[in-house]
Ligand binder design. Structure first.
Ligand code: 5GP
Length: 197
């Protein structure tokens, strides 16, 4: 896990208010790792990371699980570079692993409408895993049309577009160590300085 120090500065007008500080992310990811370690002690899981957004979450979470886990990745496309869901989910990269009789945990960055997750769950369930659960780092409050049955949730956040800790806006900002609101429509030349709490 990275040490982001106390005053990392980011000067970009698109980076808005911090929604989840880096220290809270690291702390919660450790707790999720401990919970998974306890729940899967007798059946080490296969973590399925959903690229690209879950990349940092999965790598931190995997190191917080004290079991001989395996990891695999899949890439789906549901957003393009816009900030609103298209409702269309497409597998861009499929898994290498055979899921038959495996204890699978889908590692999702963020659940917005829940369309991506419903699709993934149906798709992976059809591959006959022994069990299939979901860990989602962020869940936007009040936007999911159906009950999604999430075994592990990091944070419930307000329904706004966020960036950082793997989440992008047009492929940028994934490397921010915290999660922040994305500010749209900032006039060119505007600068703000954000001090990492
Ligand atoms: P859903 O299908 O639940 O509406 O959307 C899930 C996917 O959309 C996530 O895996 C993520 O890739 C993207 N997404 C949803 N909300 C946000 C957000 O606030 N910020 C970013 N960067 N991506 C989001």
């Amino acid at each position: 896990m990275i040490d982001v120090g106390s005053a990392v500065e980011f000067t970009d007008p698109h980076i808005g208010r911090v929604v989840v500080p880096a220290a809270d992310l690291q702390c919660r990811v450790r707790e999720l790792g401990e919970a998974i370690t306890a729940d899967y002690a007798k059946r080490p899981p296969l973590l399925v990371g959903v690229l690209k957004g879950a990349c940092f979450f999965l790598s931190d979470l995997a190191r917080a699980i004290r079991l001989p886990i395996e990891m695999d990745f899949m890439a789906v496309s549901s957003y393009g570079s816009a900030t609103h869901t298209s409702g269309v989910v497409r597998i861009v990269k499929d898994l290498d692993a055979d899921l038959t009789d495996r204890h699978v945990i889908i590692v999702e960055d963020i659940v917005d409408s829940g369309l991506t997750l419903s699709y993934l769950r149906r798709n992976l369930a059809a591959r006959h895993p022994a069990s299939l659960e979901v860990v989602a780092l962020l869940v936007k409050e009040g936007l999911q049309s159906a009950e999604l049955d999430l075994a592990y949730v990091g944070f419930r956040i307000p329904p706004e577009f966020v960036i950082g800790y793997g989440l992008d806006a047009a492929e940028r900002y994934r490397n921010l160590p915290f999660v922040a609101a994305y500010v749209e429509g900032v006039p060119p030349g505007t600068t703000t300085t954000l001090e990492q709490p």
